[in-house]
Design a protein around this ligand. Structure first.
Ligand SMILES: Nc1nc2c(ncn2[C@@H]2O[C@H](COP(=O)(O)OP(=O)(O)OP(=O)(O)O)[C@@H](O)[C@H]2O)c(=O)[nH]1
Length: 381
């Protein structure tokens, strides 16, 4: 069995100076043992300290050390660089593209969705917004509103530069401009929880030979020995970040979940629920695989995969959010349990299958807008 999963590619967009590079540097500096591939259009923009020890890998690609590779591209080269970054030898877990200057974010998303590269999959679009320049940016760049409408997650950055009344006004405006239920995460200096975008592995998982830089980073981040510092200790734990408070709710079920009820739950998920990850067992005849689920904001994907040999048929989910009602979410998930999955009709899977990435050939033909492939509502049947 080929255990290699396609690498998620997250698009980080936002207007000039909104803080994309700051967010990126924060993600790189707090990635735990996760190996990140970064695509930027200008190395100069990356300020991470590791650049000082960066080694050249060749072909405009540099190693940022400790599991990060970075390449600088223009739009036409993107596919080629994604292919290079996704090469198994690099063991990259997630790729982040800083979209500015490369292409319109929609174009980027379309390109990723049409990509024939089986080693990557589109992983959602994050739009960074400068709180202090909100009105000016919209006035100068009317396309901002279009970008916000297709974002899966919005980072309202530079919240230190506005007072609470102004922040509330911007958040209310964003709620109108963004797609229904799109989460808006406030941040100072781009400090968002990396877990909102990708899984952070424990250091030990990806550490082969310890490099000097690995040791240095571990020294600086002693809390990373469990892979993250969010106090995700099962149940409904509060995160201990000084900059933001996120809660993590975990759900495990030995019983299958009803696809219809689960899709209904996902369609109704509150905007404060920023991320869902894990896998689901539906057990519907013909669809007994392990369905990996990945949601970033409104972005939602399922990926069916075979179960490992002897692996228990379980559903295991982690839900990360802010201001979420953990007990309420668990109660809703409990209500999704299905005691008799084998009696379910195959059509009951349609709602789930709509979120499974289709083969590249189909995707290229479809020429769809992101909003159309991430419908907000389940199929009525
Ligand atoms: N006060 C304040 N400044 C910030 C914050 N985030 C970023 N900055 C500053 O804003 C400036 C622009 O940040 P960048 O991260 O370079 O923004 P960018 O979107 O990558 O910019 P371009 O690459 O030019 O599009 C830098 O001087 C940052 O230090 C924040 O939350 N608060």
């Amino acid at each position: 069995m080929n255990s290699r999963q396609p690498i998620p590619v997250v698009v980080l967009a936002g207007f000039l100076g909104s803080g994309k590079t700051t967010v990126l540097n924060h993600l790189l500096g707090n990635r735990g043992g996760t190996r990140i591939g970064v695509v930027v259009n200008d190395f100069g923009a990356i300020e991470i300290d590791a650049m000082s020890v960066a080694g050249q890998v060749g072909d405009s690609m540099v190693s940022l050390g400790g599991g990060c590779l970075c390449c600088a591209v223009d739009g036409s080269e993107l596919d080629a660089y994604l292919e290079k970054l996704a090469a198994p030898a690099h063991r990259i877990d997630v790729i982040v593209i800083e979209a500015s200057g490369l292409a319109e974010p929609q174009e980027m998303v379309r390109m990723l969705m049409a990509s024939e590269n089986p080693d990557i999959r589109y992983g959602g679009m994050v739009q960074v917004v400068d709180a202090a320049e909100f009105d000016e940016t919209r006035a100068r760049h009317p396309e901002t509103d279009r970008h916000l409408a297709v974002a899966d997650l919005v980072v309202l950055n530079k919240t230190d530069r506005v007072d609470s009344a102004e922040r509330a006004r911007i958040e209310a405006r964003l709620a109108e401009l963004c797609g229904p239920g799109t989460p808006v995460v406030g941040a100072e200096h781009g400090r968002i929880d990396p877990e909102l975008l990708f899984d952070r592995r424990p250091w030990t998982e990806t550490r082969g030979q310890l490099s000097f830089e690995d040791l240095l980073a571990q020294d600086q981040e002693p809390e990373h020995d469990h892979g993250h510092d969010c106090g995700h200790d099962g149940g409904h734990g509060r995160c201990s970040h000084a900059h933001a408070a996120y809660e993590s709710t975990e759900f495990v079920s030995e019983q299958a979940l009803s696809p219809r009820r689960f899709i209904d739950f996902l369609d109704r998920r509150p905007a404060g629920l920023y991320r869902i990850k894990g896998f689901v067992y539906f057990g519907v005849p013909g669809h007994e695989e392990r369905y990996e689920v990945h949601a970033v904001g409104r972005f939602l994907r399922f990926a069916p995969q075979p179960w490992g040999r002897g692996e228990a048929r379980l559903t295991q989910l982690v839900l990360i959010g802010s201001g979420t009602d953990g007990a309420g979410l668990l109660a809703e998930l409990e209500a999704c349990r299905e005691p008799a999955p084998r009696e379910a009709r195959p059509e009951s899977m349609w709602g789930v299958l709509r979120y499974v990435a289709r083969p590249a050939a189909d995707r290229a033909r479809a020429e769809v807008e992101p909003a159309e492939v991430e419908p907000a509502e389940a199929e009525p049947f």
